[in-house]
Design a protein around this ligand. Structure first.
Ligand code: FAD
Length: 310
């Protein structure tokens, strides 16, 4: 079978990760990868093979509804084998709308993508990462690719193609915009993460963990209760099933019990170290190193040790 595997994401770095997944599918299906732009070509360097510009939708920002409609119109004519999107908030919406419009299967948040030429398989974590499910869709199919699961594709020249899909009306109206506060954390690319849990007694005490994170050239993360329930940190700091998935070189869990919903988001870290007063805390099962102790004593001691080495 020959054909095309399309890659679309509203985020340039994510599109380049998805391109790597698409290359694996394309290889198995003897297909070509096409990086899709909608409305206008985006200026950033794109990874992998050829490009496909869908002309018609106007404006620089394309809502998920418009993206899904534009992709669906183009797919009806050009019949790609697969459309791969990043499993971002927008990507999930585009994928589900697109699959419904085309009446085809959709695999959600997959990694380990491969193709036998007739369809594609992927792996997805279920039960908070306790089980890996292998899923399969016949071509044509849509999939969202787990963010952070693939390295970015190297830029390669390729053929460019254009397709006029006509104007697409947008039922979505943007009513306002707020800038993210400066210094918003990027946990996905952090090499070291110091992560705070409910063992931290009050918001002000997060400062000692933030200092330690800075001293280790790392970032501050947290368990869900600290952001979602207590509001001590913005939501992008929260790691786990419903938060960010991270895989730093070092993950230091401080006062975190290690419930499976948290562990699902950090279990692929290279080295996990934990500080907890409870020797039976489940986090120690997921740790390479553990300190049974009070964070209010251990963290200052760690800081002193780090300072002595500088
Ligand atoms: C559908 C669903 C999705 C969820 N998604 C997520 C998610 O994405 N991420 C997430 O984190 N949680 C998630 N949760 C919540 C999760 O189940 C746990 O409730 C949460 O992870 C617990 O946070 P914690 O470990 O900080 O707090 P706790 O479970 O209260 O643990 C606090 C720990 O601190 C230790 N401690 C106390 N004092 C000290 C001290 N002085 N020094 C050192 N240690 C101390 C205690 O021994 C304890 O182990 C989810 C829950 C549900 C139901």
């Amino acid at each position: 079978m020959s054909g095309q595997v399309w890659v679309y994401s509203e985020s340039e770095p994510v599109a380049n990760e998805v391109a790597t997944a698409a290359a694996a599918v394309a290889q198995g299906a003897s297909a070509e990868v096409r990086m899709v732009d909608i409305g206008s070509v985006r200026p950033a360097t794109r990874g992998s093979g050829g490009r496909l510009l869908l002309k018609g939708p106007a404006g620089h920002e394309v809502s998920p509804a418009v993206a899904a409609e534009a992709l669906a119109r183009a797919a009806k004519d050009l019949a790609p084998l697969a459309v791969l999107l990043g499993a971002t908030r927008d990507g999930r919406e585009v994928a589900s709308r697109l699959a419904a419009k085309l009446g085809i299967g959709c695999m959600a948040e997959v990694a380990g993508l491969a193709s036998d030429g007739q369809g594609m398989t992927g792996e997805r974590n279920v039960f908070a990462g306790k089980v890996v499910a292998k899923v399969r869709c016949q071509f044509p199919a849509v999939a969202t690719v787990k963010v952070g699961a693939y390295p970015k594709a190297a830029a390669q020249p390729g053929e460019s193609q254009e397709k006029d899909v006509g104007p697409v009306s947008d039922q979505t109206k943007t009513v306002g915009r707020e800038k993210k506060p400066a210094g918003a954390v990027d946990l996905r690319s952090a090499k070291v993460i110091v992560s705070a849990g409910r063992g931290v007694k009050k918001k002000e005490d997060l400062a000692i963990l933030a200092e330690l994170a800075t001293a280790m050239r790392g970032a501050l993360g947290c368990s869900r209760p600290l952001s979602a329930d207590l509001g001590w940190l913005p939501e992008e700091h929260h790691i786990g099933l419903t938060g960010v998935t991270v895989k730093p070189d070092l993950y230091l869990a401080v006062g975190i019990s290690g419930q499976l919903q948290h562990v699902a988001g950090m279990k692929d870290s290279k080295v996990v170290a934990s500080i907890n007063t409870d020797k039976d805390a489940p986090i120690f099962q997921a740790s390479d190193y553990g300190i049974v102790g009070d964070l209010y004593q251990v963290i200052p001691a760690l800081e002193r040790a780090l300072a002595a080495r500088r």
